[in-house]
Write a new protein. Sequence first.
Length: 94
Amino acid sequence: MSDLGLLVPLFALSIPITAIWAKHKRHLAELNLRNGSGQASEVAAQVARKTAELEERVRVLERIVTDGNYNLASQIEALRHDDKPLTPPTLGSH
């Protein structure tokens, strides 16, 4: 797989990960404004739990992208080089 073929899926996966991270940081800031220090330990536990969940999701996405069978880029290239034009399926005659 070429370098670009590997970078495209990684870049595509980084967009939702960044969005999740930004949303999480914004949520933390809102919680810090609303809650006093009395609920800090509960919030810290929630943050730790959510962070662990997000880390697991990132691990799964990394596994998908780095899997040897992950050949989406080569499949797309094969479709680009296919000489047959794509035709919509027919529903049959009535």
